[in-house]
Write a protein that binds this ligand. Structure first.
Ligand SMILES: [Zn+2]
Length: 460
C-alpha cells in the first residue's frame, strides 16, 4: 500500500499565492494528488488533480494548477477536503464483488476511494449503468452497507415558454376561447419565459422530476435546451408539462419532503384526443388529452393529475373507494390551487378557487369558467357517490385550511397526513389523521383550525 501524507496548511498557503516570475518547475503540485488531465489553452497549461489519501482518490475533491505560458506564473484552485479520523493503513473488509452486488445494474467500474469528512470512510465507488443513466453507489468498505447513491448526470437549466398558470387566470379574461388550437386565440402577453430546471441535458424534456414519453419522433428536442413554442405546436404542451411537474416537485422539496413522488414523473401530451386527462397508476404515467383546449395548456390540469401521482406515490393504490377517490379528486384540485396561488390574482373575475379556468372554456358556458371549485358550501350530507362531485366537500375543507394557515403550512400538513391514509380511507378517518398531523407538526392552535374546517363540512 502506498502511504502518502497530506501537505501541511502552510504548504497550501504558500502554493496558493501567485508566484510571479518563478518558472513553473519551481512550484510543483503538492504531494497527495493524482494528476487526472492536462489541458493546453491559448494562455496557459491547466493541470487537474484529484486529492488522494493512502493512494485512494478522495471523492468530491479537486486541485487545479494553471501555469501561464508566457510568465510561468502559477495560480491554484484548491478544492481539497478534510479527511478526518481515517487510518492510512486501513484496508477494505468486504470484497469488491460484494460491493458490486450491493449496487444495482451492470457495473462499469469499481474503485476503492475515500469518502471525506470529519470521520472519513474507506468506500467502494461502484459505477453502474441503467435506463435513467449511470449511477454511483458508495458502499462502506468496512460494513458493506450502501452509504449513498449518486447520479453523475449533469443537471442543466433550459428556457421555456409557458402559460402561467393559464391565459384566463393570468389575463383575467373569461372571453378567451380555443379557436381550434390556433395561436391567434391567445394574445402574446399570456406567454411567459421561464427557466426549465433539472433537465438531464439530453436535449429532450426529461429530467429529475418529469419525463416526456411521447413517441420519439413527436418529442420536443433542443441541443441548447431552448424550448420556445406557441400553442399550436404540440411541443408547447410538453414544455408546460415539464415545467408544471418540475415546479410542483421543487415546491414539495422546499417544504422539506424528499420522498413524495421524487422521481421523473412520466407524462404524455399527444395522441389522446379526448377532452380529458388521467393518471394511470398501473404504469405510473399521466396522459393529457387534447380535446377542446389542449389540457396541458392549463397548468392547473397538469397539477390536478400530478396530485393523483403524489397520492399514489404516498399510498399505493390510493383511492380504492368512493370516499377515498373523492379525497383524491379533491386533493388534485386543491393542489392545482396551491400551485397557482403565487402565480395568479385572486379576483371576482378569476377566483383562485376556480380550477382549470382555461381548459374549461371548452365545456362550460357560465363565467367564471371552472372545471370545479374548491369553495362550494357542500357538506358531507350532500354526497351523491360520484368522486368529482363529492370531492368538492373535501377540497372546501382543505381550502379553508389554506386560507387560515397559508400555503406552506397547509401544504405541509396535507402532504404529511396523506402518508398515513389507507387506499380506502373514509373522509372522517382522513380528517382525523389530518387534525392529528397538524397537532404533531405545529401544535394545538393549528390542529383546532384544521378540525374546524372539517367540522364545517360535517365530516367530523
Ligand atoms: Zn382526477
Amino acid at each position: 500500500m502506498r502511504l502518502r501524507r497530506l501537505v501541511t496548511a502552510a504548504g497550501i498557503a504558500a502554493l496558493a499565492a501567485p508566484l510571479t516570475g518563478i518558472p513553473a518547475q519551481a512550484a510543483p503540485a503538492p504531494d497527495g494528488l493524482r494528476l487526472l488531465v492536462t489541458h493546453q489553452s491559448l494562455l496557459a497549461t491547466h493541470e487537474w488533480y484529484v486529492q488522494t489519501f493512502a493512494g485512494h482518490d478522495v471523492l468530491g475533491s479537486f486541485y487545479a494548477r494553471h501555469v501561464d505560458r508566457k510568465t510561468g506564473r502559477v495560480s491554484v484552485a484548491d478544492g481539497r477536503v478534510e479527511v478526518g479520523g481515517l487510518d492510512a493503513a486501513a484496508t477494505p473488509r468486504v470484497g469488491a464483488e460484494a460491493a458490486r452486488a450491493a449496487a444495482s445494474g451492470p457495473a462499469l467500474s469499481t474503485e476503492v476511494a475515500v469518502l471525506p469528512g470529519k470521520s472519513a470512510k474507506l468506500v467502494y465507488a461502484v459505477l453502474t449503468d441503467g435506463d435513467a443513466g449511470a449511477r454511483r453507489t458508495i458502499v462502506d468498505a468496512v460494513s458493506g452497507s450502501v452509504l449513498k447513491v449518486e447520479s453523475p448526470i449533469k443537471h442543466v437549466d433550459g428556457t421555456g415558454q409557458v402559460f402561467s398558470p393559464n391565459p384566463v387566470a393570468d389575463l383575467q379574461a373569461q372571453a378567451l376561447t380555443d379557436q381550434r388550437d390556433q395561436n391567434r386565440a391567445v394574445p402574446d402577453v399570456a406567454y411567459h419565459r421561464v427557466t426549465l430546471s433539472n433537465l438531464d441535458g439530453s436535449g429532450s424534456l426529461s429530467g429529475d422530476f418529469s419525463r416526456n414519453v411521447d413517441p420519439r419522433g413527436r418529442q420536443a428536442r433542443s441541443a441548447t435546451n431552448t424550448f420556445v413554442y406557441l400553442r399550436e405546436s404540440d411541443f408547447f404542451e410538453q414544455v408546460m408539462s415539464y415545467w408544471g411537474q418540475t415546479e410542483a416537485q421543487k415546491y414539495i422539496q422546499r417544504l422539506g419532503f424528499t420522498d413524495v413522488n421524487n422521481e421523473p414523473q412520466e407524462i404524455k401530451t399527444t395522441g389522446f384526443p379526448d377532452d380529458n386527462s388521467f393518471y394511470d397508476p398501473s404504469v405510473d404515467r399521466i396522459t393529457m388529452g387534447t380535446g377542446g383546449v389542449d389540457d396541458a395548456e392549463d397548468a392547473e390540469v397538469i397539477w390536478h393529475e400530478y396530485g393523483h401521482a403524489i397520492q399514489d406515490a404516498q399510498v399505493p393504490n390510493f383511492g380504492d373507494s368512493i370516499e377515498a377517490g373523492s379525497i383524491g379528486e379533491a386533493f388534485g384540485d386543491w393542489w392545482a390551487m396551491i400551485m397557482s396561488a403565487p402565480l395568479q390574482r385572486d379576483t371576482a373575475i378569476t377566483p383562485l378557487a376556480c380550477i382549470a379556468d382555461w381548459d374549461s372554456v371548452s365545456y362550460t358556458s357560465d363565467e367564471p369558467h371552472c372545471l370545479r371549485r374548491t369553495d362550494t358550501d357542500l357538506t358531507y350530507a350532500d354526497r351523491i357517490g360520484q368522486v368529482h362531485f363529492d370531492g368538492q366537500i373535501w377540497s372546501r375543507a382543505l381550502n379553508d385550511v389554506f386560507r387560515a394557515l397559508g400555503r406552506d403550512r397547509s401544504a405541509t400538513i396535507v402532504l404529511e397526513s396523506q402518508f398515513s391514509f389507507t387506499p380506502t380511507i373514509t373522509m372522517a378517518a382522513a380528517a382525523q389523521v389530518t387534525v392529528d398531523t397538524a397537532q404533531a407538526l405545529f401544535g394545538a392552535a393549528d390542529a383546532a383550525t384544521v378540525r374546524a374546517a372539517f367540522q364545517a363540512r360535517g365530516i367530523i
